[in-house]
Design a binder for this molecule. Sequence first.
Ligand code: NAD
Length: 503
Amino acid sequence: MRDVKDPEFTVGVVGAGVMGQGIAQVALAGGMRAVIFDAKEGAAEAGRGEVFKRIDRLVEKGQLDQAAAETQKGRLSVASSLSDFSGCDTVVEAVVENLDVKRKIFGELEGIVAEDAILATNTSSLPIASIARTCARPGRVAGMHFFNPVPLMRLVEIIEGPATEPAVAEKLAALGERMGRTPVKVKDSPGFLVNLGGRAYYTEALRLLDEGVATPSQIDAILVDCCGFRMGPFALMDLTGMDVNYPVSMIVYEGFLNDRRLATTPHHKLLYEAGRLGRKTRAGHFDYDEKGKLTTPSDADYQPTGMPAATVFLAEPSEALAAFCREVGLSVIGADDGISPILGYPIGEDATTYAVRLGLDARRLVAVDLSVNTAKRVTLMTAPGADHAALDGVAEAIVDAGRSVTAIKDSPGFVALRVRAAIANLGAAIAEAGLAAPADIDLALKLGLNYPMGPLEMAEDLGVATTHQVMERLHAITGDDRYRSSLWLRRRALLGLPIHTPG
Ligand code: NAD
């Protein structure tokens, strides 16, 4: 095998579909040679044509000069059979997601490529171990998981199976860099890093829906406006399609032997079974017109009626609550007058538990989530049987101050606090299991999913001790093992250490 920096380094790509084309293109952009093969008649030539078109588009946009484009095109060849891969230094397989097909290809490639050539698979969901086990030399087999569209998505996961030699993973990481990607190394595990770490965003949102806490529009609006996610989880599920995200959720859940942390909900399954796949079927969590435009009206904004509350009483002394009241012009009274709304900020408790613990009048309690940015949207939460006048009085003051309000039903951890804590806790569990380096967990989720911050950074942002407290309370209140705090998080919270602390 040539050195990864060698100008003649050659990447073989098996499968000329969406991913194979992208992988070939980034190999060319990195100055390497690429050979592409597809079992379907004419598919490899068609794939090459697509790559050429994309290269031409870069020239049109002024991102590539003509001479470089011609050089790149001249370095892409089409193979008529796998035996044309004999000179390849590394082969990346990107054919249909089927274990038997992939095993057969790897078996054939072993007899064709040089002894030290690397064999990589772009599988999204099959264990690298199960592909490698039928190979004569499983040590040179690894995952090289690109994201779609490959030229635009910088991340590439380098997946080490139990037999993968460390030098093989190193070389693949260097190859990924030469392709202009950012490689992160991850151990062979269901969902690898991005599809595993990304589960909490969807499943916790689905869980909130299941509990009747809020609607999809409300949850999406809170997570976008208050937490900086580019898209809400329900809009995102509709975009990727239930036919993708439901099976991936199940692969990850079952792969971790039904760990409750990774469980999705019956509603998710129902949409999948009903064929409500999202935008592609014009119906998913939301409805869409034939152009893919959302037609479901949003119910995210609460419309209060009546006058803003003249005064509020604070459930407990809190600088955060007092500052919030100043910002939205709510005047705080020193003693409960039995009439004014009571404003509280429970951390990981629902309004009910919080009111009972503090001996408050639950009917007048209006809980506000101050764990996130409230400049644009404020989440208000009430207990069952709450007095609407109290909620409306507080909501009206907030709306008058130019902010939107989303009013949700009772929930330990509101919406944002709970989703963020769940993401952070899952990230900590991944670190605990040693599946990837802590910094890589953050990097992968930011690059792979456009998260505003990585899961461990989220724990740090929320406060490590606070994140742990939210999980402990969620666990105690719901009795659901789903909310058990990861040991990684617990130890760093108890010791007062930063979440990235190794050991
Ligand atoms: P695709 O259907 O677009 O392309 C697959 C290609 O493989 C087809 O052209 C098909 O003719 C060819 N093929 C099938 N059997 C073959 C064989 N025995 N030998 C040679 N070619 C064969 O699929 P895709 O979306 O490019 O996905 C390919 C792989 O990448 C899958 O393992 C998938 O899980 C993974 N992946 C896909 C995405 C994505 O978003 N599409 C992202 C990451 C990883």
